[in-house]
Write a protein that binds this ligand. Structure first.
Ligand code: APR
Ligand code: PHB
Length: 389
């Protein structure tokens, strides 16, 4: 089989890119290791920046997001008793959209067939070949038969564990990593949210986040040591902990209910450089991971797709080969700023085992400063709403 662009991975990054290319008349084939239902069973964050919303709008795939998504004008940082509201609308003139990543992936998936996108699910043993040449190719097994897909470019959208990043020789690559000593225990429940906007809390007992999916579905998190087992956390124990950590005002509005999903996700910061080597470009989690504090993961995947689609468009439609080499530097400039924001919000809102009384006072002083300074709030707001692409 032959195509212009071979995309590995049908998560949000791969599907978004495939739709962007298809809309411009560029041929592509997407190879996904899992089945479609498996991809949709993964529950991820749910706050979309304008860059992500804008991509869905331009693709004409925003109908359900506009109908069911919740535009938010602000969010809160909680420090013990008090809520510090960050008014992103007043400070930046912009909003974020609360809409689950699973929903967005479903929208992209459902439109794939009608728009003639070729997505091969259950593609096993995907391997990349000749990425340093102008004629790279991918081998994979589908229906028990070994296949070959020739392309002009390969785009690795295969997440943190996929084969694409590993195809770039170690001699030209560098990675940067920070693994955190805690994970987020998340609970999804069909109960009304405790607050109309998100609350990120730093309590003496640890971090908590109150988020939502709709007026009738809530998403909550608490941080726990990475060694913790989800079986040790009954729903009641999680609700009790949330009620303490989110502070008395939010706690008085918590509606308890049975969990429909419960899991612990580790926290990691990771960046791989470069994001292009020869005819291979990386997008999304294949190249970088952020801790979920600030919900930048999907939005970074969307901004990578924006840059990658622009470079590929220049190549195929305007015979301009110069944009491809610039992809890595352009994407990484935005990636590093989002890494910095996610890391600093994580640092501010969590208790680290190595922290002593001094570090705790530093957190309290910083939160107090944020509460009293519009300049500090503006800096947080412009990062939270998303830096320009
Ligand atoms: N062959 C083919 N596909 C693969 C392979 C492989 N060997 N390995 C992984 N994949 C697929 C995965 O099954 C998954 O569907 O690549 C896809 C990667 O999707 P995500 O992990 O969702 O990553 P990405 O599309 O970059 O999305 C980034 O979504 O996953 C969240 O936290 C992430 O919010 C971030 C955003
Ligand atoms: C979520 O709703 O799952 C969510 C929201 C904000 C975050 C992380 C996760 O920062």
């Amino acid at each position: 089989m032959k195509t212009q662009v071979a995309i590995i991975g049908a998560g949000p990054a791969g599907l978004l890119l495939a739709h962007c290319l298809k809309a411009e008349g560029i041929d592509c084939v997407v190879l996904e290791r899992q089945t479609a239902p498996y991809v949709l069973s993964r529950i991820r964050a749910g706050v979309l920046e304008e860059v992500t919303v804008g991509l869905m709008e331009r693709l004409g795939l925003d109908a359900r997001m506009k109908a069911e998504g919740l535009p938010h004008d602000g969010f809160n940082l909680a420090d013990g008793e008090r809520l510090i509201r960050i008014d992103i609308k007043a400070l930046t003139g912009r909003q974020v959209m609360v809409y689950g990543q699973t929903q967005l992936t479903r929208d992209l998936m459902e439109a794939a067939g009608p728009r003639g996108l070729e997505v091969v699910y259950a593609a096993a043993d995907v391997a990349l070949h000749d990425i340093e040449s102008d004629a790279p190719w991918v081998s994979y097994t589908s229906g028990g038969i070994r296949q070959r897909l020739d392309a002009r470019f390969i785009i690795g959208c295969d997440g943190f564990h996929g084969p694409s990043r590993k195809a770039i020789p170690a001699s030209v690559a560098r990675s940067f990593e920070r693994v955190y000593p805690f994970g987020w225990l998340g609970i999804l429940a069909d109960v009304p949210p405790c607050n109309h906007e998100l609350i990120y809390a730093n309590h003496d007992r640890g971090f908590a986040l109150a988020s939502q999916r709709s007026a009738a579905r809530s998403r909550y998190y608490i941080d726990v040591p990475v060694t913790e087992k989800v079986e040790d956390w009954s729903d009641e124990r999680i609700w009790d902990e949330l009620s303490v950590r989110l502070g008395p005002e939010a706690a008085s509005h918590i509606t308890r209910g049975p969990s429909i999903e419960k899991s612990i996700a580790p926290l990691r910061s990771f960046v791989f450089e470069p994001m292009r080597h020869g005819s291979l470009l990386l997008c999304g989690d294949a190249a970088h991971i952020v801790p979920p504090t600030g919900a930048k993961g999907l939005n970074l995947a969307a901004s990578d797709v924006h840059y990658a689609a622009g470079a590929l468009l220049a190549f195929f439609r305007r015979n301009d080969a110069d944009a491809i080499p610039g992809y890595s530097e352009k994407a990484l400039a935005r990636v590093w700023k989002a890494e910095r924001f996610s890391w600093s919000l994580t640092r501010l809102m969590h208790r680290f085992p190595e922290d002593g009384a001094f570090e705790r006072r530093m957190q309290i002083a910083e939160l107090d400063y944020i509460a009293s300074s519009e300049a500090a709030q503006r800096a947080i707001a412009e990062n939270y709403v998303g830096l320009p692409v």
